[in-house]
Design a binder for this molecule. Structure first.
Ligand SMILES: *Cc1c(COP(=O)(O)O)cnc(C)c1O
Length: 385
């Protein structure tokens, strides 16, 4: 391996997850693949062609810059929806490229209107309702103002969608809050429709909401974490699996992360390993140096806690995680040598290190672990169809 580490993407898992999601959500529900944060760390340029090949034609991103990356990665036209940031300077290009985008305040609506007039085309907008998350979205009174502006400018707006985001559908404890949000959404939708604005795409659900609240699927689900083979939370998974005959996880992880042993050392009892004094050798040990660190996305909170797989065995990460290196105790592997494969995420032999194991010990969310994977790590596709 030429690279200090590589990320592998399993195409069979991509197909499996898409097939599962489409089947469960039903033919009437559009699946929008959420590919923000570099496709949850998987790599936009690598994952988008795979999603495209296996039947995805709708993509959700946060930034205009991500929309551009998706656009360039596609081989055929598809819908690209920007849920977050567009600078005023980029609005013209957003309209020219036909990107759809969320309108969450009047300023955004005005910017869109100016660009649309300048270019004499329609802005494809999704009105985002504030229904209780209190993050982004139009309050009922602001929605009324937005409606007036849209009605005054019928040539410049195509109201494609009406949407909101639910504040924590992955946890049962948020149930009452979510119910309130859904009610509020319906109320605001009826205001819109009473004004003859009938968006063809009503959407409120992320992965968790689509499974916990089937009514929330509506016309489209913005599926992020489940595309990549993870359940939003254990609660969501348990709820799904509870009344199924087979208890195996229908989703498959796409991503693996491998490195190799860069150097080997023998350390004497009583010596400290790595920076500071957080790891003291309690006996003579053998260590492996591995060329990944917190700059690659291996959290410093895994210091003295992480595990890696080498020669089919679990090995503990000892000492603090450095910017570019970690050290593993390989005392139990007398034959281990430089160049041996080190699995950081994924399977080796019968063992597997899951992102969830990672997040359990470092108190990070799956989302967070994935989003931190460095963009500079090479991605390659395995198990091609
Ligand atoms: C990130 C995001 C999603 C996807 O959430 P998952 O839990 O990953 O499915 C959906 N909608 C919005 C607005 C988001 O920001």
């Amino acid at each position: 391996m030429n690279n200090s580490s590589i990320i592998t993407l399993n195409e069979k898992s991509v197909k499996n997850n898409i097939d599962f999601l489409k089947k469960k959500l039903g033919a009437k529900v559009k699946v929008s693949a959420v590919v923000k944060a570099n496709a949850y760390g998987h790599g936009i340029e690598q994952i988008v062609p795979l999603f495209e090949k296996h039947g995805i034609d709708h993509y959700s991103v946060f930034y205009y810059s991500e929309a551009m990356r998706v656009y360039k990665s596609l081989s055929a036209p598809a819908t690209i929806m920007i849920m977050g940031w567009v600078s005023d300077e980029d609005m013209n290009d957003v309209l020219c490229k036909g990107f759809e985008f969320f309108v969450f305040n009047l300023e955004r609506l005005q910017t869109a209107l100016e660009s649309a007039k300048r270019l004499n085309i329609k802005a494809k907008i999704h009105l985002e309702a504030e229904t209780g998350m209190n993050r982004s979205g139009l309050n009922p009174s602001v929605l009324n103002e937005a409606i007036s502006i849209i009605k005054e400018n019928p040539d410049y707006f195509d109201v494609v969608g009406f949407c909101t985001h639910l504040a924590g559908a992955e946890s049962i404890s948020n149930h009452p809050r979510i119910q309130k949000q859904l009610k509020k959404y319906q109320k605001m939708l009826s205001v819109l429709e009473a004004n003859n604005i009938v968006p063809k795409c009503k959407h409120v659900a992320n992965s968790a909401a689509a499974f916990v609240y089937p009514k929330a699927r509506m016309d489209l689900v913005r599926v992020g974490i489940m595309m990549y083979g993870f359940w939003s939370s254990t609660e969501v998974f348990i709820q799904y699996i509870n009344n199924k005959a087979t208890k195996t996880d229908p989703l498959n992880r796409i991503l693996g992360w491998q490195s190799q042993i860069m150097s080997i050392k023998y350390i004497k009892t009583g010596e400290f390993v790595s920076y500071g004094i957080s790891y003291l050798a309690q006996s003579d040990i053998k260590t492996a140096l591995i060329p990944i660190g917190y700059s690659s996305g291996y959290s410093r909170s895994l210091s003295n806690k992480g595990r890696v797989l080498i020669r089919g065995q679990r090995c503990s990460v000892i000492g603090v995680v450095n910017m570019n290196m970690i050290i593993a105790d390989i005392t139990n592997l007398p034959d281990a040598e430089i160049g041996d494969e080190v699995v950081i995420i994924g399977k080796q032999g019968d063992l597997e290190i899951k992102v969830s194991a990672f997040s359990d010990i470092s108190e990070q969310l799956n989302y967070e672990v994935l989003a931190h994977l460095s963009e500079s790590i090479k991605r390659t596709i395995i198990n091609k169809l």
